[in-house]
Design a protein around this ligand. Structure first.
Ligand code: AMP
Ligand code: ZN
Length: 665
């Protein structure tokens, strides 16, 4: 055997042993023998760098330092999951699904919801190409070198895998591995880590991959995207297992929501026997064709639902209620608690929502309260332990004036929240608006963070977001923690934001109720800021999905002299206040007033491209056929119920080609 053959054979052997040990949990050789073989391979590779292979098992030990993690845009968005907490929630979900799919059988797959850090792995020709964190769902961080050290993730696949696909999973620390890590830390005189989930997710961002390699991280996979030929979720899990991934076998195929509920009940109790933490069950529609037909909402797939296990509870003493002022002036009461350990983290604060909530709970300073932690970061107070109430305690009186600026608070008819109306003079409102303006989804100004905004405001350098554009390096350098380089980056970042497209500038302005999606819709229909500023409420309501509340808010915003002045100043600085040539040329009003339903699989366009084309040309996309539907665009394998319904209502059914012709006519 020559050197190259020896290297290849050792790699193959070690790969198999890794698989047996970390995926199957059934090692066939001793750790010592494994280490000897690994050492032999390391030595050979070192002596013969010409045989380098990015999937070699020797890479599992790490050794790379990553200074900054590159941002990668996900080819397929990573969605969240909707949550349900009861049998009724689940049955409502099933009804919604059946309404869209029609009267056809629907099967479900139940999986556990592993509590860790989500990851998307890209494989090409069977080799791990890239690993990216979920990030905001659209883009995440490239953590490939760190992920390569996780032994249960195959660097090279086995069997009959597709040429290119992404696979999603959850990177976790087992409870045992976590306890061991903490034991070592305590022995070294270090603080123990709080919980496995945060530690797993923090591990992915360590700069030294050798440290990552030492952590007992594991990866459980649950979804393949972009591979063709698979028909069901259940089959997908089986396939992924065959290719060498660790896919838990607890997944169950269920024919009804009753069976789903049995699964939930069983695991609500038995999850404590699992080697890792779970926080619920994920229920998915089994048929991928049906999944496709159901599609996604803005945040999550319609074909999946998380069923949360009952959250953990504890009790503690309420020390004080403080009040936060948000960027819109909304007041949020916050409970400051006697620190208490809950579900692995120390809890010091809890949300109290609003005055009504405080009154309803009758919660008072000094009370012992029950605190619950669901999926959210801030836990909530669910009740007062009245048996422990001090007889001298007095009902909580809600504040009447803004804690930041002293202005009398107002509360509008029908609204739960109190507001500070001093929007031009209340400091957290001013800085909050600027912070929103610079945020990632708005102007995305690099080199400028929330704290710097507060500092700039405190120093009197900015009083609104338009002031950012007159900042100079000389003004910024003397500030605390600013150096020449950071000042330069800040000014550069601000300059670069002038190229941000109109729809995001519109979102950045911070008009109440104008979120990302609404901003896009408004930009698309009005095309430039002047048209939008002149629009009446009636004209605004005529835009699809713009309701009275949004229309009123837009008109009110531009009626304020100081807001118009801000827009003028931003315009003067060269920000984008109209759609670009390219955006304009891709748009028309050809489909104005028409509603389309898209169903099935298409030959030349993806469903999303088709939908975008409809919207860019002024049409509307709906998910189910009704009397308001103008056309049903039918692809291959279209749901039979949609066809029957369209035929019944006399809705014309057209092919992809016919639709494309309609656009060119
Ligand atoms: P959430 O972050 O609460 O919206 O829940 C969505 C996350 O649940 C996903 O990003 C996944 O990382 C995670 N998850 C854990 N287990 C599963 C599973 N079996 N199927 C789908 N998602 C899962
Ligand atoms: Zn105020």
């Amino acid at each position: 055997m020559n050197v190259s053959q020896k290297i290849i054979s050792l790699r193959g052997e070690l790969r198999e042993h890794n698989y047996n040990y970390y995926v199957l949990d059934q090692p066939t050789i001793s750790d010592y023998e494994f280490d000897m073989k690994l050492k032999e391979l390391q030595d050979l590779e070192k002596a013969h760098p010409e045989f380098h292979d990015p999937t070699s098992p020797t890479l599992r030990v790490g050794g790379t330092i990553t200074k900054t993690f590159d941002t990668i845009v996900h080819e397929h968005r990573m969605y969240s999951l909707d949550n349900s907490y009861s049998k009724e929630d689940l049955q409502d979900w099933e009804k919604r699904i059946q309404r869209i799919l029609g009267d056809v059988p629907v099967a479900f797959v139940c999986e556990l919801k592993y509590d860790g850090a989500s990851i998307s792995l890209t494989y090409e020709e069977g080799k791990l190409l890239r690993a990216v964190t979920r990030g905001d769902g659209f883009q995440g961080d490239d953590v490939t070198t760190n992920v390569k050290t996780i032994k249960s993730i195959p660097l090279q696949l086995k069997g009959d895998f597709p040429p290119k696909f992404d696979i999603r999973g959850e990177i976790i620390l087992t409870l045992e591995g976590f306890a061991q890590m903490n034991q070592e830390r305590i022995e070294n005189g270090e603080e123990p880590y709080m919980n496995p989930r945060n530690t797993a997710s923090g591990s992915l961002k360590l700069q030294d991959s050798t440290l990552v390699a030492k952590r007992p991280l594991d990866c459980l996979l649950y979804s393949v995207v972009g591979a063709t030929g698979i028909q069901t979720q259940f089959e997908m899990l089986e396939k992924a297992r065959e290719w060498g991934f660790k896919v838990p076998t607890v997944a169950k195929l269920c024919k009804s929501t009753d069976e789903v509920l049995q699964f939930v009940e069983y695991w609500d109790v038995h999850r404590h026997d699992l080697p890792y933490e779970t926080d619920g069950v994920v229920v998915k529609v089994n048929g991928l064709q049906q999944q496709d037909e159901l599609g996604n909402t803005a945040k999550s797939p319609r074909w999946a639902m998380a069923y949360k296990f009952k959250a953990e509870q504890t009790s503690t003493v309420l020390r004080e209620i403080t009040y936060q002022v948000g960027r819109t002036g909304a007041i949020t009461p916050v409970a400051n608690l006697e620190p208490v350990l809950l579900a692995g983290t120390t809890v010091k604060r809890a949300s109290l929502h609003n005055a009504d909530q405080i009154a309803k709970l009758d919660v008072r300073v000094g009370d012992t309260v029950f605190v619950e932690k669901g999926g959210e970061i801030i836990p909530k107070i669910i009740a007062v332990d009245f048996t422990k109430r001090n007889p001298d305690s007095r009902p909580t009186e809600y504040i009447t004036h803004c804690p930041e600026c002293g202005t009398a608070l107002i509360r509008k008819e029908g609204e739960a929240q109190h507001f500070c109306p001093n929007d031009t003079g209340c400091p957290p409102q001013i800085t909050g608006r600027i912070q929103h303006f610079i945020s990632r989804k708005a102007m995305d100004i690099e080199g400028l963070g929330s704290e710097t905004v507060e500092l700039l405001f405190k120093e009197g350098l900015i009083a609104n977001y338009a002031d950012l554009y007159t900042l100079t390096e000389a003004q910024v350098i003397p500030l605390e923690r600013m150096a020449e380089k950071s000042a330069e980056n800040l000014v550069k970042g601000i300059e670069a934001s002038k190229a941000i497209p109109f729809e995001r500038v519109l979102f950045a302005l911070g008009i109440r109720y104008v979120g990302e999606t609404v901003a896009k819709k408004l930009a698309r229909s009005f095309k430039n800021i002047d048209a939008l500023m002149q629009a009446t409420e009636e004209a605004l309501i005529r835009v699809d999905e713009i309701g009275g509340r949004i229309a009123e808010s837009v008109v009110q915003f531009f009626a304020v002299e100081s807001n118009r002045e801000l827009v003028e100043r931003l315009k003067h600085h060269g920000l984008q206040f109209s759609l670009s040539e390219e955006q304009l040329s891709n748009q028309s009003d050809k489909l104005q007033g028409q509603t389309f339903v898209v169903s099935g699989v298409f030959a030349t366009l993806s469903r999303n491209e088709l939908k975008k084309l409809i919207e860019d040309n002024g049409g509307k996309v709906a998910s189910s056929v009704s009397s308001k539907t103008s056309y049903l665009i039918a692809g291959e394998n279209m749901g039979p119920s949609k066809r029957t319904k369209a035929e019944g209502l006399g809705v014309p059914i057209v092919s992809e080609q016919t639709f494309l012709q309609m656009l060119t006519e």
